[in-house]
Design a protein around this ligand. Structure first.
Ligand code: AMP
Length: 306
């Protein structure tokens, strides 16, 4: 069921990072992270993923090898003079809120994405969390994708709102968390917030609500998916990108975007997000097996059946 087929794969632009995190369960410094990294490892269970991003000369060779060994396409990942993007976050005791301690864009400040020719016709494009100006540049270089999905965060909503809203016209799906949806639309009600976003372009808005699941709103439908009821949760970093990886990975593999398929894709997203948070950084995703993915998918099906 989860075996990968050669159907073109996915192009992702986003951050490849060295993350430092503190949670009530421990801390890690300069560990492999970044939105494109989490997305690729997660979506890589469903399809081939190609990263467009930059790292600095300090990026560990073992992290590069790790991505390569998982079959992630790295032709669009450049090593530029300077330091790798770094982010540090500290989670509050409920693990639902993270305070950003620093964001050092480093090599992303001057990054000029160049998409290798053979990647320009990939049919599934994910604009993972990064400067909307870079997301737009990548989108301008690709040919007629079947689906363009986009993620963002408060950092860009605050610093690049105009560019982000302009980008929305060109994307089919926006994924963001509840506080980001409220901030972007200036509306506390999530359904109205989703409609505000839909009126600016994307036909589908997926609002992620952490331990409370996800809400998918389109012009004529609404679907609520629960989060998996976890008892072990150590580090929420990357949950959103892993969710997106499961969702877009599944859609790109079945190559359908009807309502029923999107609902299934959201459940795969929920499965991947739930595994990600069980351990620090990408550790749990690295140990994950296709059988575990299927098992949790079925458990979520039982959980929501009545
Ligand atoms: P999430 O899935 O939302 O938890 O995303 C976590 C990842 O986002 C971390 O690995 C960070 O490296 C990355 N990140 C944090 N801030 C930014 C930013 N401003 N732009 C791009 N990536 C970021």
């Amino acid at each position: 069921m989860l075996s990968k087929m050669s159907n073109g794969g996915i192009l992702v632009v986003g951050s490849v990072a060295l993350d430092s995190v503190e949670t009530p369960f421990g801390a890690r410094d300069n560990a492999l992270g970044g939105s494109a990294t989490y997305f690729s490892i997660s979506a890589g269970f469903f399809n081939r993923v190609n990263i467009v991003a930059t790292v600095g000369t300090d990026f560990p060779r073992r992290s590069m090898d790790l991505l390569r060994k998982r079959g992630i396409g790295l032709d669009g990942l450049t090593v530029d003079n300077g330091k790798t993007f770094r982010w540090k976050g500290r989670y509050r005791p409920d693990l639902n809120t993270v305070d950003t301690i620093y964001t050092h864009l480093n090599v992303f400040k001057t990054f000029d994405p160049r998409i290798p020719h053979e990647l320009r016709s990939l049919r599934y494009v994910f604009l993972a969390n990064i400067d909307p100006v870079l997301q737009a540049k990548v989108l301008a270089s690709v040919r007629k994708p079947a689906l363009v999905a986009c993620d963002t965060m408060n950092y860009w909503i605050q610093s690049r709102k105009k560019e982000l809203v302009a980008l929305l016209k060109k994307v089919d799906m926006l994924l963001l968390n509840d506080s980001e949806a409220r901030e972007l639309s200036q509306d506390a009600n999530l359904i109205r917030a989703a409609r505000w976003i839909i009126s600016r372009g994307p036909g589908i808005v997926v609002i992620k609500k952490g331990e409370h699941g996800a809400l998918c709103v389109s012009r004529n439908s609404c679907f609520a998916a629960p989060a998996f009821p976890l008892t072990t949760l150590r580090d929420p970093t990357g949950a959103g990108d892993s969710f997106a990886g499961g969702m877009i990975g599944y859609l790109s593999r079945v190559k359908k975007h009807d309502d029923a398929t999107i609902r299934k894709a959201i459940i795969y997203g929920s499965v991947m997000g739930s595994y990600c948070v069980e351990d620090f950084g990408v550790n749990r995703l690295l140990r994950l097996t296709p059988n575990e993915i299927q098992k949790r998918f079925q458990e979520l099906r039982r959980l929501t059946s009545f």
